[in-house]
Design a protein around this ligand. Structure first.
Ligand code: UD1
Length: 420
């Protein structure tokens, strides 16, 4: 991707459906026997990868990309094995484990892959399934989980999004009431709960963070619209905050973005939210101040917006300290930003950034979805041309984001298609 320096960007754009919500909703279609329909589905590479995975299990899928409508027929599912080739491409593949176990009492999956943002083990998922009575063995590069599940109280030592989703899906068809204590309550988890409830699941949330699932004997297929992507909204806001200008995102779920928006305001950007906190208009400050923050599980500052937000700090007035507490290795973009002239020092998982007057275009490599977005933003404010390799990461997480940026006035070109 070739990114040219941009003058200020301005305009109105709308969001795609949330990537992190659609992947798990697709996996949960395995819980039913029938034809489910998901709408507002982003045409991002991870969605295509999940289609490949579900088809490998026997599902029949059609994706109307322009209508963003995905139809998943699970009546033909006849497999519980997911190959290493499929698992390696995307960590979210592990999310089929809970539905397969619940429905077929067996899941035989290769160990998952994904972004280079840390060790990202799946021990919490496996502990949850084991607590529900599954017998889990590793054979070669496969995990084999078997057994009829039973309800349990499962305490998560950390509110893992994926483990909460996986155990919750498994519990929907498990007789009795399963409790997930210290559950993740990210908006995408809440969207999954809404989807599962629409299918007939019985799920309650008790403060501060317990999810109780009472198993039902059968769930029904439904049509469901995926929520708009708060992380795409954050990426777009960060882009315009960096370049200057103004942006309106009419469908932005501001009610899920409080801490991020607060930080933009602290930097000096002006933000107005629509009725009921739906829709955001931002006018970027011409002299933004540096702010510090720490990533946290929701409702804290989202780790997925750490990299885009860091770019803003590289040219802000003053010093910023950013602590990444969710993933131990999600600072790989720092090296690339340094190559563009950013003054950043790292101590463990904390980055200290001194704002400079100017970044400079360079050849950079994206290593995960959000770092790819950060490098695009950096390219837009750098002097000279930036060439970013690893564009498939950008495509994994975003549907047509470069087109939206072009509509706002950015000059971005794709030189050569990468084979993923
Ligand atoms: C999901 C999101 C990702 C987001 C993250 C945190 C999807 C497809 N991806 O990832 O974009 O950045 O939530 O909001 O929804 N951990 C363990 N053992 C486990 C599971 C997790 O140690 O079994 C650790 C991870 O290494 C990480 C932390 O827990 O340090 C949080 O991970 P988790 O919340 O599970 O993230 P994901 O579900 O992988």
């Amino acid at each position: 991707m070739i990114i040219h320096p941009a003058a200020s960007l301005s305009g109105t754009v709308s969001l795609a459906g949330a990537k992190n919500a659609v992947l798990v909703s697709m996996a949960s279609c395995l819980l039913v026997d029938g034809v489910s329909v998901l709408t507002n589905v982003p045409a991002s590479l991870d969605v295509y990868q999940m289609i490949v995975l579900l088809e490998s299990l026997g599902a029949k899928i059609s994706f109307e990309e322009i209508a963003h409508r995905l139809t998943i027929d699970t009546t033909t599912v006849n497999q519980v094995t997911v190959s290493p080739e499929i698992m390696r491409k995307m960590r979210a593949s592990v999310l089929v484990m809970g539905p397969l176990l619940a429905r077929y009492q067996r899941a035989h999956i290769a160990l998952p892959g994904g972004c280079l943002i840390g060790l990202r083990p799946i021990d919490y998922h496996l502990r949850g399934f084991a607590k529900m009575g599954a017998i889990i063995e590793t054979q070669d590069q496969f995990l084999n989980a078997t057994g009829a599940l039973k309800a349990t109280n499962f305490v998560l030592e950390y509110p893992s999004v994926g483990a909460t989703e996986n155990v919750m899906m498994a519990a929907t068809l498990t007789s009795g009431t399963t409790k997930i204590i210290n559950a993740a309550l990210e908006p995408e988890v809440l969207d999954l709960i809404a989807f599962l409830r629409a299918m007939g699941a019985m799920i309650e949330i008790t403060p501060p963070a317990t999810i109780s699932i009472t198993g039902v004997s059968v769930l029904r297929p439904v049509e469901y619209a995926i929520l708009p992507d708060r992380l795409e909204a954050g990426t777009l806001l960060a882009t315009v905050a960096a370049t200057g200008g103004s942006i309106t995102i009419p469908d932005a779920p501001a009610y899920y973005m409080e801490v991020f928006l607060e930080k933009l305001v602290e930097m000096g950007h002006s933000i107005i939210c629509g009725d009921k906190q739906v829709g955001i208009t931002m006018v970027a400050s011409k002299n933004p101040r540096a702010v510090s923050f720490k990533t946290m599980p929701y409702p804290g500052f989202p780790t997925d917006l750490q990299a885009p937000m860091m770019v803003l700090q590289t040219v802000a007035c003053g010093e910023s300290i950013i602590s990444e507490t969710v993933f131990e290795n999600r600072l790989l973009h720092v090296r690339e930003l340094q190559r563009m002239g950013a003054q950043i020092t790292i101590n463990g998982t904390t980055a200290t950034i001194k704002g400079v007057d100017q970044l400079y275009g360079a050849q950079v490599i994206a290593s995960d979805i959000r770092s790819s977005a950060a490098l695009v933003i950096a390219g837009l404010i750098a002097q000279g041309q930036t060439v970013m390799a690893g564009i498939h990461h950008f495509r994994r997480g975003y549907d047509q984001l470069e087109t939206k940026l072009q509509q706002l006035g950015a000059v971005i070109a794709i030189e050569q298609k990468e084979v993923w």
